[in-house]
Ligand binder design. Structure first.
Ligand SMILES: NC(=O)c1ccc[n+]([C@@H]2O[C@H](COP(=O)([O-])OP(=O)(O)OC[C@H]3O[C@@H](n4cnc5c(N)ncnc54)[C@H](OP(=O)(O)O)[C@@H]3O)[C@@H](O)[C@H]2O)c1
Length: 338
């Protein structure tokens, strides 16, 4: 393989304080050198996810001292490898990379990543655009289905269901014969999900929502909920489901504390639990993770596909974030690194 020419410096988006997108600046930095069991990835694309927005305001679970480079996932090509057989194996390969662990976020032209979890090989059939969104949401949607099946459930209650992740869970659910009870916050989202084949979609801002949700959860015996919103909605879900049900909170889009009435927890044995992809993956064995990854990649062109609304160069990251937050349901915004 011909060695790719690597320049001395790279363009990086830097977050200078946890005060939102205005604290981002574009800088030139020296390109890092991979150490043992590490590779240098030339990053192609990275999406803006809700977890990135949470990172910008210091609301995410990983909060290193600023300045930091944000960007939770991306795709690219391995252009240089440190010592070690695994690192050499990746040389020249197209990969998905995560913003976790050493090397930090991927809103950067180049990033060093550990071969132990920082990079995953991409199927030849996948575009780098879809590859950039192949870890966080696809693996989370797959995890939700695995948790649902393990608990012996045949239906799921899901909030913020018109999100990219929500659409994935709906498509996987249809494939697996699992009923999805969808909750969204606008009529346009009801229409969108129905047009994509979901038959149960409720608007939480409509009059009579609580009664409708109660009736549907009892008719479908829905006892597990995945909640991305938190705040008072969590209590509405708990109230609507039959006794012995569980709400798994996996985000806090409302930025409000979870509400749960003690009587529902004590007298109806209802529970509130949580889900975070990284810790969930670290509890699975390596074979299971590799199988999950292999299956997810096969499903990315179909059930696990993310719609792309627009691609911005990294230099326009602030404009890209403004565009994304103005219309999150409309598809993903990707950042192009070079
Ligand atoms: N815990 C984990 O490991 C994990 C992993 C993956 C994803 N997630 C979470 O999953 C969620 C979906 O991610 P995504 O990438 O699929 O999102 P996305 O495609 O960007 O869509 C976000 C959706 O959330 C809706 N939304 C935003 N704020 C809301 C609020 N306060 N109440 C109700 N709905 C709201 C948006 O609706 P509008 O268009 O009306 O704004 C939009 O439909 C995010 O919260 C993300 O953090 C968590």
């Amino acid at each position: 393989m011909r060695k790719k020419r690597i320049p001395d410096t790279m363009t990086v988006a830097v977050l200078n304080s946890y005060s939102g997108a205005d604290a981002l600046s574009i800088e030139q930095r020296p390109i890092p050198t991979p150490a043992k069991n590490e590779v240098l990835v030339k990053v192609a694309f990275s999406p803006i996810n809700p977890s990135d927005l949470a990172t910008l305001t210091g609301y995410y679970g990983l909060k290193n001292p600023t300045p930091i480079v944000p960007g939770g996932e991306g795709s690219g090509e391995v252009v240089s490898a440190g010592p070690g057989a695994m690192a050499r194996y990746f040389l020249g390969k197209r990969v998905a990379c995560t913003g976790w662990g050493k090397g930090g976020g991927v809103w950067s032209e180049y990033v060093v990543k550990s071969v132990k979890g920082g990079v995953l090989p991409l199927n030849k059939s996948l575009s780098l655009e879809q590859g950039a969104m192949s870890t966080i949401n696809p693996l989370t949607a797959s995890a939700f289905i695995a948790i649902t099946k393990k608990g012996g459930h045949q239906s799921i209650l899901l909030t913020a269901a018109a999100s990219s992740l929500g659409k994935m869970v709906n498509r996987l659910g249809r494939n697996e014969g699992i009923q999805i009870v969808n909750v969204v916050r606008r009529d346009g989202q009801v229409d969108l999900l129905k047009a994509q084949g979901s038959n149960i979609v409720l608007n939480s801002n409509e009059a009579g929502f609580e009664q409708q949700l109660h009736d549907i959860c009892h008719q479908t015996n829905t006892r597990i909920a995945f909640d991305a919103v938190a705040g008072p909605l969590t209590n509405q879900l708990l109230k609507a489901m039959p006794p012995n049900s569980k709400v798994i909170v996996f985000s806090a889009l409302s930025r409000q504390a979870v509400q749960a009435s003690p009587d529902l927890l004590i007298f109806e044995n209802k529970m509130v639990d949580s889900f975070w992809l990284g810790p969930w993956l670290s509890k699975q064995n390596l074979v299971k993770i590799m199988l999950l990854w292999k299956r997810a990649q096969k499903q990315i062109p179909s059930q696990l596909k993310s719609e792309i609304r627009k691609i911005y160069p990294i230099q326009e990251v602030k404009e890209a974030i403004r565009d994304y937050t103005s219309q999150m349901t409309g598809g993903k915004i990707l950042l192009r690194m070079s």
